[in-house]
Design a protein around this ligand. Sequence first.
Ligand code: CO
Length: 134
Amino acid sequence: MIGRLNHIAIVVPDLAAAATLYRETLGATVSAPHELEEHGVTTVFVDLPNTKIELLHPLGGQSPIASFLERNPSGGVHHVCYEVDDIRAARDRLKARGARVLGDGEPKLGAHGKPVLFLHPKDFLGTLIELEER
Ligand code: CO
């Protein structure tokens, strides 16, 4: 059911320093920061030949990643995102197998303007999974 790895998201304490690390030390192609107010994050996209890395930093007082950064003050891997062809069909299949979908279970528009859902990390080996419709 799942397809390509769309991205891995890493929460970072200092977005400019993280962008410099990926650009200068690792030699990657790195975007300018994007403020996504409706998601409570600022992102920098790192383009790799086969996938993307999203560097995330909290934006505003209600950021969903603020508590993650408090628990992981030097940063850490936050989630992995897999592509699916039909996000509602994927959700129904997962729920039928007992997996928990976060929030109200309805897909929301994600950072790339496509429908996304998140799956409970306790049902997936301790890893928060994002599904994004292709
Ligand atoms: Co993501």
